[in-house]
Ligand binder design. Structure first.
Ligand code: FES
Ligand code: FES
Length: 81
């Protein structure tokens, strides 16, 4: 399995807290999207760790194909699958 699973073809709107660490699900298999729940152990993929710089609303990629992971960059609008 080399491609991530598309969790949804839209970003997840999430409130993050400044200084807090998050693990974004890169594989698409987590049941607690958009964050990792350990389900990637069945794949070769691992989550992307990021630290929120500010307390704000962010849009995390749900399609898992963004070029600027973990954030949505609009790529979801061009997926064929
Ligand atoms: Fe998807 Fe961990 S569950 S990266
Ligand atoms: Fe993946 Fe927008 S949801 S690029």
């Amino acid at each position: 399995m080399s491609e991530p699973m598309i969790a949804q073809k839209a970003p997840y709107e999430v409130e993050v807290e400044a200084g807090k660490t998050y693990f974004w699900c890169a594989c698409g298999h987590s049941k607690t999207q958009p964050f990792c729940d350990g389900s990637h152990r069945h794949t070769h993929m691992t989550p992307i760790k990021f630290v929120a710089e500010e307390s704000e609303t962010v849009y995390l990629c749900g399609c898992k194909h963004s070029e600027s992971k973990p954030f949505c960059d609009g790529t979801h609008a061009h997926l064929d699958t």
